[in-house]
Design a protein around this ligand. Structure first.
Ligand code: THU
Length: 142
């Protein structure tokens, strides 16, 4: 598991920057079925930002969420030290990552800082373990 940098907070300006990166990534969302476009931006300890958008499929279950696209890009680049993830959609209130994404992210950063926003500028901030208490982890495999 990647070493975590805690307690880790971002300034309002840093959060806004991450949300802007997520909003830009959302432009590439491929969501012809749900029409719900999502963007994500993941900041790692290296200072890099990995972005993602949701990518749907005619076989609906093959769809992948924006958050997992961003996380897979980071991990595949050898960058597993996750600091914060921003996610944005055109939703009535800031949307939280789905259950699969929570589990996927918890593998690398159980206390990941989550910044959730919508296009109206609302923002919600939390920690992944608040949204996924008692996550399944490698500890159980021993
Ligand atoms: N989706 C995401 O990309 N992230 C979320 O946090 C919620 C759900 C996508 C999956 C699907 O393409 C669409 O949003 C509707 O569920």
């Amino acid at each position: 598991m990647a070493e975590e940098h805690l307690p880790f907070e971002l300034t309002a300006e840093q959060r806004a920057e991450l949300l802007r990166a997520a909003e830009q990534a959302r432009e590439n969302a491929y969501a012809p079925y749900s029409h719900y476009q999502v963007g994500a931006a993941l900041l790692t300890a290296s200072g890099r930002i990995y972005t993602g958008c949701n990518i749907e499929n005619a076989s609906y279950g093959a769809t992948i969420c924006a958050e997992r696209v961003a996380a897979a890009k980071a991990v595949s680049a050898g960058d597993r030290d996750f600091i914060a993830l921003a996610v944005i959609a055109d939703s009535a209130q800031p949307g939280t990552p789905c259950g699969i994404c929570r589990q996927f992210l918890a593998e690398f950063a159980p206390q990941l800082l989550l910044i959730m926003g919508n296009l109206q500028g609302q923002e919600e901030v939390g920690r992944l373990d608040q949204y996924l208490p008692s996550a399944f982890s490698q500890e159980y495999l021993k």
